[in-house]
Design a protein around this ligand. Structure first.
Ligand SMILES: NC(=O)c1ccc[n+]([C@@H]2O[C@H](COP(=O)([O-])OP(=O)(O)OC[C@H]3O[C@@H](n4cnc5c(N)ncnc54)[C@H](O)[C@@H]3O)[C@@H](O)[C@H]2O)c1
Ligand SMILES: O=c1ccn([C@@H]2O[C@H](COP(=O)(O)OP(=O)(O)O[C@H]3OC[C@](O)(CO)[C@H]3O)[C@@H](O)[C@H]2O)c(=O)[nH]1
Length: 389
């Protein structure tokens, strides 16, 4: 239930504000809208080209928050209404982006335009109108770890200073230009630099968020059910799709890359702290992840297979995974981050935030959702006779 007497981390009352949330209809946006509407009195001007993931929040009646969210179907590439919405709000949160790796090397122009060019007016309008901005960047700005360039048997690879990623110290290490995978990371890095410079030269009040593989319900789509059959979503949805269809999970280049996964509901708590504690969040770049949930992609596939069997009651496949080359899976120009462990010093010091949910628990609640939401639809799709030509 929304509380009218919220206090910030310094014990001061939090004033209800108006938030222009761009990309509100996506995975993170949908969870952020739910949290803000159910636990605070803030108002949301929700901007997106899609609203399916927030339609349960937009029904005119039946919710105590009905008058606190307004949906604006706007493509920020070309819509003059954007500046007016930013001017009306106290805070803008920009989530809009192309952010699925399958696009980075196959649609590099769209990727660069979406992550850099389309974000420029948002930064400009915030700066010119004296409005606060929380901008979503990515852990991909770190690229590869320093340690990945050491010989495989070097003992230095075990030294955290060669792989733990620190906002104010780690370099950004990308591959060659022909490795177009890095188009996204590079565009995100440049918009971070621009926002930082607007802060330094023009006094823009900003916070930059670097999410480390947030996962949970409503992430991406299941190909052939609520997204294109040939589409390639991020790994959670790829593996969920394989499990739902009873197919082996595809391990790109053997699944040796490592990731740390954080539960979306934990991560959203961090964003609410940023929203309600501007004095502690402004001018900072924050890693938001769970360093305790590190696995290789192969281990992720094994755990998801076990968890799915538990929540669906279906036995696991005898051969649960198959290897596939990155060229076959993603096409020319793919490359990968080897390891992503967030340093948590800054977010801990400024906001006292820590993630809580273990990988097993977050996969159990997420795969329960996937099974409940998609299993029947997939059964129907598989049973449907193929139309004869
Ligand atoms: N989910 C993660 O773990 C993760 C990790 C790193 C970075 N991020 C960043 O967080 C942000 C949100 O990610 P997400 O996982 O929710 O992705 P998402 O694709 O689910 O959400 C992005 C939303 O932006 C909207 N959008 C894109 N271009 C738009 C435009 N021109 N006009 C209006 N709306 C537009 C999309 O329709 C979508 O609803 C992105 O900036 C992404 O780069 C997310
Ligand atoms: O079927 C599959 C799909 C993927 N992989 C491998 O899994 C690793 C993680 O892939 P994914 O979650 O799709 O994306 P990344 O972690 O590489 O990149 C994201 O990180 C944050 C963000 O910025 C936004 O979410 C995005 O760029 C990877 O190694 C794939 O190769 C697989 O083996 N099988």
């Amino acid at each position: 239930m929304a509380s009218s007497a919220r206090v910030d981390l310094d014990g001061k009352p939090v004033r209800a504000i108006s938030i222009c949330m761009i990309g509100a209809g996506g995975f993170i946006g949908s969870h952020l809208c739910e949290k803000i509407l159910s636990e605070t009195q803030h108002k949301i001007l929700a901007v997106d080209v899609y609203s399916d993931k927030i339609k349960h929040l937009l029904e005119p009646d039946g919710h105590p928050w009905a008058d606190r969210i307004q949906f604006h179907r706007i493509n920020i590439k070309h819509d003059s209404r954007l500046e007016g919405l930013i001017k009306m709000a106290d805070l803008t949160i920009n989530l809009a982006a192309i952010c699925t790796p399958a696009d980075y090397n196959t649609r590099p122009l769209d990727t660069i335009y979406s992550n850099f060019i389309d974000a420029l007016p948002v930064v400009k309008y915030c700066s010119e109108n004296g409005k606060r901005l929380i901008h979503f960047s990515t852990c991909e700005v770190y690229g590869k770890t320093v340690g990945s360039f050491l010989p495989k048997d070097s003992p230095l690879r075990q030294d955290p200073s060669y792989y733990v990623l620190k906002e104010d110290a780690s370099p950004c290490i990308f591959g060659a230009i022909e490795k177009q995978r890095w188009s996204y990371a590079c565009a995100k890095q440049l918009i971070e630099r621009l926002i930082y410079a607007e802060g330094a030269e023009n006094g823009l009040e900003f916070t930059i968020v670097r999410p480390f593989n947030w996962i949970g319900p409503r992430m991406d789509f299941i190909p052939g059910v609520d997204g294109p059959s040939e589409g390639v979503p991020r790994v959670l949805a790829c593996f969920s799709n394989n499990l739902l269809r009873g197919e082996p999970l595809k391990l790109v280049d053997g699944g040796q890359s490592q990731r740390t996964f954080v539960y979306i509901k934990d991560a959203i708590e961090a964003i609410l702290l940023m929203i309600e504690n501007p004095a502690r969040a402004n001018g900072h770049i924050f890693n938001v992840g769970n360093p305790n949930n590190e696995v290789t992609v192969k281990q992720l596939a094994e755990i998801m297979t076990q968890v799915y069997s538990k929540v669906s009651g279906e036995p696991s496949l005898e051969v649960p995974t198959i290897d596939v080359s990155s060229k076959e899976f993603y096409g020319e120009g793919y490359d990968d981050s080897d390891k992503r462990i967030p340093d948590m010093t800054i977010i801990n010091k400024q906001l006292g935030w820590n993630p809580k949910t273990s990988l097993w628990d977050l996969l159990e609640s997420t795969l329960t959702y996937q099974h409940r939401t998609y299993a029947e639809a997939i059964k129907r799709a598989v049973a449907r006779p193929v139309a004869s030509s």
